[in-house]
Design a protein around this ligand. Structure first.
Ligand SMILES: Nc1ncnc2c1ncn2[C@@H]1O[C@H](COP(=O)(O)OP(=O)(O)OP(=O)(O)O)[C@@H](O)[C@H]1O
Ligand SMILES: [Mg+2]
Length: 368
């Protein structure tokens, strides 16, 4: 087993934990109980007030009071922000009146507090409007992204079913006629005496028909491998790997572990086409000499790792809009995301490429 194969069968950094944690989202401060966040912030305000009352008079604490107000507005909302603003100014006023500050007239302290309160309330109003706007924009972007993903999935399904239909049409139309033609030519062969022009022509015709049969098989396999429906993903992949090796001279090793479920036709098609694209990329862009495809089944998900020993590339920029004009990787990613899966690229110039596809296997993906 080569070095490349060794790393594939035990891919570093690709653990069961990473694969099962696909849709996990980290809860933010907004997920904490509101009273707790407000109480914690109010305590900080009291602390600031304490420091304020003991600090030299010419030290301004305005921005220290403002920070908790902005914090609460951003994470909890407008009314919580107003509440902390009023509480902050109240604390400020107490600190000023009972602290080291000295005013010519006590009303000055109220005046200062009033103008600060107006500034704080205005800040809360502006920040919460901005936050609402950005939340609405985020929701719109999410909605559009989901719509695009649905569209990508529908297009890909429509393409699959059209390819399938074409493959069966070609098989049933051309394939059967060619087989009958070959039988007829083979039957006519003994009637032409050895060494005659007619026999040579029949032999040449048989060779041509054989070639056409081969080409038709390759074409139907490329359009839609029927064995994908009957035998499943990995046997079809092995067959493709053989053909691919013949066409390109690149060694492709396919390995499988775990028990393969019966995949839905569209899912099997989709995974097969994605792997074909990754093999093509490895040869077309990386000039790889060796590729290893490892398929790992669990009841919850399938993970496919494709490694090549090619030139590698800057994978961090692969999905940057406008960075590359190709749609191969982007198409794989869109469809995977629409199904709740993920794609991970690990590559850098000169170090080969690893692509990890992960797809959760729900009833939708495994029902035939
Ligand atoms: N295995 C790989 N080795 C080296 N470079 C790669 C590999 N896979 C992808 N790339 C780089 O990533 C780019 C994007 O690949 P992608 O499949 O999205 O587009 P493409 O192959 O250029 O075009 P298309 O797939 O649409 O025909 C490629 O142009 C290439 O530079
Ligand atoms: Mg490509």
């Amino acid at each position: 087993m080569t070095d490349l194969q060794n790393t594939i069968f035990d891919p570093p950094g690709v653990s069961d934990e990473t694969a099962t944690a696909l849709p996990a989202r980290r809860p933010g401060i907004a997920a904490l109980p509101r009273p707790l966040v407000i109480a914690a912030t109010a305590s900080i305000v009291v602390l600031i007030g304490y420091l304020n009352s003991n600090a030299p008079t010419d030290l301004t604490f305005t921005f220290y009071y403002l920070a908790p107000v902005l914090f609460v507005t951003w994470f909890l909302g407008r009314w919580e922000g107003y509440f902390i603003a009023v509480f902050s100014i109240g604390t400020f006023l107490v600190a000023e009146l009972h602290g080291a500050a000295s005013y010519n007239h006590p009303s000055m302290a109220y005046w200062n507090a009033g103008s600060r309160l107006s500034f704080f309330l205005l800040s809360v109003a502006l920040l919460s409007s901005f936050r609402n706007l950005s939340t609405r924009l985020g929701a719109m972007v999410d909605e559009r992204t989901k719509a695009l993903q649905r569209l990508a999935a529908q297009l890909s399904e429509a393409e699959d079913s059209e390819r399938r239909r074409l493959a069966y049409d070609i098989h049933d139309g051309f394939g059967q006629i060619l087989s009958i033609l070959k039988l007829n030519l083979a039957a006519a062969l003994p009637e032409a005496p050895e060494g005659t022009e007619t026999r040579l022509r029949i032999n040449a015709a048989i060779a041509m028909v054989n070639d056409l049969i081969d080409r038709t098989r390759t074409l139907t396999f490329d359009l839609h491998p029927a064995m994908l429906d009957h035998l499943g993903l990995v046997p079809t992949l092995r067959r493709h790997a053989e053909q691919f090796a013949k066409q390109t001279g690149v060694e492709v090793t396919v390995s499988e572990d775990g028990a393969p479920p019966k995949l839905a036709t569209t899912t099997a098609n989709y995974l097969f086409r994605s792997i074909k694209e990754l093999l093509n990329n490895a040869v077309k862009h990386g000039q790889a000499k060796q590729i290893v495809a490892a398929v790992h089944w669990t009841p919850a998900y399938v993970r496919i790792v494709i490694d090549d020993d090619g030139a590698g590339f800057d994978s961090a920029a692969a999905f940057t809009p406008g960075h590359n004009k190709g749609i191969g990787l982007a198409g794989i990613r869109e469809r995977l995301l629409s199904l709740g899966g993920s794609i991970r690229l690990e590559s850098s110039a000169g170090s080969g490429t690893r692509v990890v596809l992960e797809l959760p296997l729900t009833n939708r993906e495994t029902s035939a």
